[in-house]
Design a protein around this ligand. Structure first.
Ligand code: NAD
Length: 491
């Protein structure tokens, strides 16, 4: 079985570690590859840092208009190879075909926005800020940066960072999730075709020990992280204590309110897509659905009807709208949480725990679950499930529902479905979350906007994507100049 190689100094090389773990197809448990793991990967991190340092010094002198040319090339390579990349995403992460193509599209949009870096990284000048004195602010790259990414978007999340990092003149080391490293292998085959200094973009495989080596390495100036909240908090505190700039996105538990004046049919379809898309393994998946004054059970019945017809299976097969969850452990964790919710007083309107997909007996499949009347004072209502489970609760007013939204620990996304502009405006203003959707089920910011997140969903100041990414990957330098005539040389 193939042991995956790192990509360091422009070459595919074996890891220093002989320890490996399996990369497994979640639909059938087939072992797809072995990925390096363990403490010896720290040697690989050091190797990547040293070659990145040399490459970055050369790259930072390349004019920005030239730097973005490699992004245009990368974008067209993405276009040519999107089918191959999508198949790998489905096979290692379980996504459906449409979901895999969708995330590639989002990755590509970030490349396109980063092509605007020649304008986006421009500085400011004020002439004669004082008599005879000019002042300017320029943006310079940080140096060597790193990103550490989760399993649930094997291609897209790296691209919240990578195109901006290199367009602004930095080097970047990518540490993909050990559960889904094959997508990045495919993408690095494309990166290998770019005309960039060897070592500018590298990839080191591994897990916690690899991340710890990144956190400790003095050459690395900035870290972009996306993953669960406990790890995000750890990365932020350790990274910043070591003097690095850090942006760390964490977990989520996203509430969605549906008011009686919403278009019930449209809203419930959109909400079901949000809860069960990517098998609920999306940081912007709707999790808790709050109906307001739904005594006639209109919302509940419509949700039930739309959800019960969803088909679970191998993601590359036609007609499948939900793939497996990532690992057998994940499946057990989710089924345990469903059991916990029921123990705490909820009723299962739909119970997706016993799901068999013919021909895929060993897959980590679950079908959509709807838990009704989840207890507001117990554990499940505050716990990230990260699986295809909807918690349905009811409230009496929009005020009560917003208070519920704001009582959560996370602040990744909150959505409202309504036909009333004043309610929409109130919600937008009062809901404590970084990404707000009004009649939107997955309020995922496009590449032009920061991928926001508040409270335990984000640690740091500047987010990924767009102008925030440009700011994150540059440091500002202010220059004040005085050139009096009497000091200037005469020709
Ligand atoms: P994870 O935190 O387990 O892993 C993320 C990365 O951190 C991986 O590369 C992994 O190797 C590394 N890692 C894991 N444990 C570590 C440790 N103890 N010390 C150092 N590094 C460690 O997350 P996951 O299971 O891959 O992804 C799912 C989580 O990511 C969910 O909580 C989800 O909400 C979150 N997520 C958040 C966003 C967002 O934008 N806020 C986006 C996607 C996913």
């Amino acid at each position: 079985m193939e042991v995956l190689k790192n990509y360091i100094n422009g070459e595919w090389i074996k890891s220093s570690s002989t320890e490996t773990i399996d990369v497994v197809n979640p639909a059938n448990q087939e072992v797809l590859a072995k990925v390096p793991f363990g403490s010896a990967t720290a040697i690989d991190v050091n190797h990547a840092c040293e070659s990145a340092l040399t490459a970055q010094k050369e790259w930072s002198k390349v004019p920005v208009m030239k730097r973005v040319q490699v992004l245009y090339k990368l974008k067209s390579l993405f276009e040519i190879h999107k089918e191959d990349i999508a198949k790998v995403i489905t096979d290692e992460s379980g996504k459906t075909k449409d979901e895999s193509f969708g995330e590639i599209q989002r990755a590509r949009e970030n490349i396109e926005v980063a092509c605007g870096t020649p304008i986006l990284m421009a500085g400011d000048v004020i002439e004669d800020i004082a008599t005879g004195i000019d002042e300017m602010m320029i943006r310079q790259p940080l140096g060597v940066t790193a990103c550490i990414t989760p399993f649930n978007f094997p291609s897209m999340i790296v691209f919240w960072f990578l195109p901006y990092a290199i367009a602004t003149g930095n080097a970047i080391i990518v540490k993909p999730s050990e559960k889904v490293p094959l997508t990045m292998i495919k993408i690095f085959e494309l990166i290998n075709q770019l005309d960039i200094p060897k070592g500018l973009v590298s990839m080191v495989h591994g897990g916690k020990e690899t991340v710890d080596a990144v956190l400790e390495h003095p050459i690395i100036k900035a870290i972009s992280f996306v993953g669960s909240t406990p790890v995000a908090r750890y990365i932020y505190s350790k990274g910043t204590a070591n003097g690095k700039r850090v942006q760390a996105q964490g977990g989520a538990k996203n509430p969605v309110i549906i008011l009686p004046d919403a278009d019930i049919e449209m809203s419930t379809k959109i909400i079901a897509d949000s809860v069960y898309g990517c098998a609920g393994q999306r940081c912007l998946a709707a999790s808790t659905i709050v109906t307001v004054n739904d005594e006639k059970r209109k919302v509940k019945d419509a949700l039930y009807e739309t959800v019960k017809s969803r088909t679970t299976g191998y993601g590359w097969n036609e007609g499948v709208n939900m793939g497996p969850v990532i690992t057998a452990e994940s499946k057990t964790r989710i089924t345990d949480l469903i059991a916990l919710g029921i123990d705490e007083g909820a009723t299962a309107l739909l119970d997706g725990r016993n799901t068999n997909v013919p021909g895929f007996d060993n897959g980590n499949f679950l079908s959509p679950t709807i838990l009704e009347n989840v207890n507001l004072n117990k554990k499940l209502i505050k716990t990230e499930i990260f699986g295809p489970v909807m918690s349905l609760i009811s409230m009496k007013s929009i005020e009560e529902a917003i208070a519920f939204v704001n009582s959560g620990n996370y602040g990744n996304m909150a959505c409202l479905f309504t036909g009333n502009g004043a309610s929409a405006r109130k919600f937008r203003n009062e809901a404590d979350a970084g990404n707000i959707g009004i009649n939107i089920g997955v309020a995922a910011p496009m590449a032009q906007f920061p991928f926001s997140g508040w409270k335990d969903s984000f640690f740091g100041d500047l987010h990924g994507q767009g102008k925030h990414a440009i700011e994150f990957f540059t440091q500002t330098k202010v220059i004040i100049e005085r050139w009096p005539n009497i000091w200037s040389r005469k020709f």
